[in-house]
Design a protein around this ligand. Structure first.
Ligand SMILES: Cc1cc2nc3c(=O)[nH]c(=O)nc-3n(C[C@H](O)[C@H](O)[C@H](O)COP(=O)(O)OP(=O)(O)OC[C@H]3O[C@@H](n4cnc5c(N)ncnc54)[C@H](O)[C@@H]3O)c2cc1C
Length: 375
């Protein structure tokens, strides 16, 4: 079976790798793979978060992906022959006031319900675990089995593993989808036409804008801008840290090489992908509030990208009303976390035409226009 995947972010690349492992002839098309949200994300892999509240099926998918991560990362490292950037260094949540402590209590309840190992901490515990964090914590929680992944390292590893599994990466833009021919095709920016038995659209917030799509086949995927900054210094953090204070939040993901990724802004700014001084200033203010030593650290960079948001904020997976055109998009704030589960579900859908049970609530058919025509 020939498969074309449009979009080489973490979702498209991981899906391609899993499809290649299942014996399909797979080609990923992307002019700049791994450079959009998938190259910018902080890569936190938390077991819980407010966006999962009241959404049991979404929480189940996230927990499933979380459970897959250690073996996914180990297998990927072997297949790629390069590091994956996965750190299981524990997630430390710190609340700096009573209101943030209420949020912590919600996380604790979610962890209890999901059977996720965690430990509630006193201010002294927080100080002992991370002496460089601001001292006056109200409460803390440690999830020792969780952590983060450096998405830039992850996309490099996925690209190498795809190549070793026999897949191809074509660094061209999909200029037009050709969907009124027998087998679906893609016209590349330089004019070549490629055909396949299955087309997977994984182009993030550009998915519904791909030229040649019939109206209504793909729901609108809205861009939600996020900016992150990177710092380096001799003030190590041992854990992936999330802090809340005065209705604000900041998270810090230490990388294997000692750099700290600090995030993130959340903006409704259309397709603006520019780093703005305002965003950088905001993140610096937030990180200095919880990590005073940040002021003396080396500022190594800032980046901006667009989270792909579906109409209900949850991923869209599997066949559209055309069984030869599938979607893998809309992962919004948790695409890195959902990479292993998405790749597994999409490879199954590509090969068998059906999503596995855990992914079925996220089918494209929940949006009326993309529902398969009843027979
Ligand atoms: C600041 C920030 C922080 C984040 N933090 C986290 C986090 O801590 N944890 C987490 O799980 N998630 C996080 N996310 C979300 C995560 O990054 C996304 O959900 C995920 O990267 C989406 O991956 P994707 O492959 O669907 O999309 P993208 O990474 O956007 O990839 C889409 C690809 O499609 C390509 N494309 C577009 N148009 C075309 C075309 N015409 N032809 C060919 N290719 C095309 C693009 O070049 C791009 O490479 C964060 C995102 C941001 C922005």
């Amino acid at each position: 079976m020939r498969v074309i995947i449009v979009g080489g972010g973490v979702i498209g690349l991981a899906t391609a790798w899993r499809c290649a492992q299942r014996g399909t002839d797979v080609t990923v098309i992307d002019p700049e793979p791994g450079t959009k949200a998938s190259g910018v994300a902080a890569g936190l892999l938390p077991p819980s978060g407010d966006m999962l509240l009241g959404r049991p099926e979404f929480a189940r998918l996230v927990l499933h992906s979380r459970a897959l991560y250690p073996s996914f990362a180990a297998e990927l490292a072997r297949a790629a022959g390069t590091p994956v950037g996965y750190l299981r260094n524990g997630i430390l949540d710190v609340a700096y006031d009573a209101r943030a402590a209420e949020g912590l209590d919600r996380l604790r309840k979610m962890a209890d319900d999901a059977g996720v190992r965690h430990e509630m901490l006193t201010p002294d515990d927080c100080r002992r675990l991370e002496p460089h964090l601001a001292g006056e914590a109200h409460a803390g929680m440690l999830s020792p089995d969780d952590g983060s992944v450096d998405p830039r390292t992850l996309t490099r590893a996925l690209t190498a593993a795809l190549r070793h599994a026999g897949g191809r990466l074509v660094r061209e833009r999909a200029a037009e989808l050709l969907l009124d021919t027998g087998t679906p095709g893609v016209r590349l920016g330089e004019g070549t036409v490629l055909h396949a038995d299955r087309l997977v659209l994984a182009a993030g917030p550009w998915t519904h804008l791909l030229p040649g799509l019939p109206e209504g086949l793909v729901p609108e995927i809205k861009p939600y801008k996020g900016q992150v900054i990177r710092l380096r210094g001799d003030t190590p953090l041992h854990h992936t840290v999330r802090c809340g204070y005065e209705d604000r939040a900041v998270y810090i993901a230490p990388r294997a090489d000692g750099e700290l990724a600090v995030g993130a802004t959340y903006e409704d700014a259309g397709y603006d992908e520019q780093v703005r001084a305002e965003g950088v200033a905001d993140l610096l203010e937030r990180v200095r509030r919880v990590l005073p030593a940040a002021s003396r650290m080396h500022f190594t960079g800032a980046a901006a990208a667009l989270r792909p948001g579906s109409p209900d904020g949850q991923p869209i997976l599997g066949p559209t009303s055309r069984e030869d055109v599938l979607l893998a998009t809309g992962h919004h704030r948790v695409g890195v976390q959902l990479t292993p589960a998405t790749a597994e579900a999409m490879a199954e859908a590509v090969v068998t035409g059906r999503l596995p049970d855990i992914a079925r609530p996220f089918g494209a058919d929940r949006f009326a226009d993309t529902a398969p025509t009843p027979v």
